[in-house]
Design a binder for this molecule. Structure first.
Ligand SMILES: Nc1ncnc2c1ncn2[C@@H]1O[C@H](COP(=O)(O)OP(=O)(O)OP(=O)(O)O)[C@@H](O)[C@H]1O
Ligand SMILES: [Mg+2]
Length: 163
C-alpha cells in the first residue's frame, strides 16, 4: 500500500493518509517521503507540526487574516500535519482545525500523523463532537495506516550499544 501511494493517485483523488502509531515507528519519515515525491511531481506541499498550524490559525483569526490563510491552506495539493496528539487544543482552536479540514474535504489531500488512536481524538480536540466530525471527513476517502512495532530510535540506540 505504501508503494502504491508513491504513484500519487491519492493526490489526484484528493484522498487523505493517516499514520497512527507509537513514537519512533516512522510516521514522520513516511509523511515526509510522500511529501518529497509530491513536490518532485510539482504539486504544492506544505508541512506543519500540528501545534504550529493551530497557532498560525489562531494568530490569523486574531489579526483578521483568517479568510486569506484558510483559503491559501485549503488550496495546497498536499498538507502534512505532523504530531497531532502530542498536545491538546482549546475548543476555539479545534473549531478552526475543523473548518480547515472541511474546506479541504474532497478537494485536496491531507496527511496526518498521530500517536493517538482514533478513539482518543476527543481528548486532542477537547470535544467529542468536533473530533467525530473531523474524523468523519478525514476517513471518508482515506488510507489509514496503523503502525506497530518498536521505535527505530531505540533500535538504533541498542544497535550502537552492541558495537
Ligand atoms: N523504515 C525505516 N527504516 C529505518 N529507519 C527508519 C525507518 N522509518 C523511520 N526511520 C528512522 O527512525 C527514526 C524515527 O522515525 P520518525 O521520526 O519518522 O518516527 P515517528 O513515528 O514520527 O515518531 P514520533 O511519534 O516520536 O514523532 C528517524 O530517524 C527515521 O529516519
Ligand atoms: Mg514524528
Amino acid at each position: 500500500m505504501i508503494r502504491e501511494l508513491g504513484s500519487l493517485n491519492s493526490l489526484s483523488q484528493a484522498k487523505n493518509i493517516i499514520f497512527i502509531g507509537p513514537p519512533g515507528v516512522g510516521k514522520t519519515h513516511l509523511a515526509v517521503a510522500f511529501g518529497v515525491i509530491a513536490a518532485r511531481a510539482r504539486r504544492g506541499v506544505k508541512f506543519f507540526v500540528a501545534e504550529e498550524l493551530l497557532s498560525e490559525l489562531i494568530l490569523a483569526e486574531v489579526s483578521r487574516r483568517l479568510p486569506q490563510l484558510s483559503s491559501s491552506l485549503s488550496r495546497i495539493d498536499l498538507l502534512i500535519i505532523d504530531e497531532l496528539g502530542y498536545g491538546s487544543f482549546s475548543k476555539e482552536a479545534s473549531g478552526l482545525f475543523f473548518k480547515l479540514i472541511s474546506k479541504r474535504y474532497e478537494k485536496t489531500s491531507t496527511i496526518i500523523t498521530s500517536n493517538k488512536p482514533f478513539e482518543e481524538w476527543g481528548e486532542i480536540f477537547n470535544d467529542d463532537v468536533v473530533a467525530a466530525a473531523i474524523l468523519d471527513r478525514l476517513l471518508h476517502h482515506c488510507y489509514p495506516f496503523l503502525i506497530q512495532g518498536k521505535s527505530y530510535r531505540l533500535k538504533e540506540l541498542m544497535g550502537n550499544k552492541k558495537v
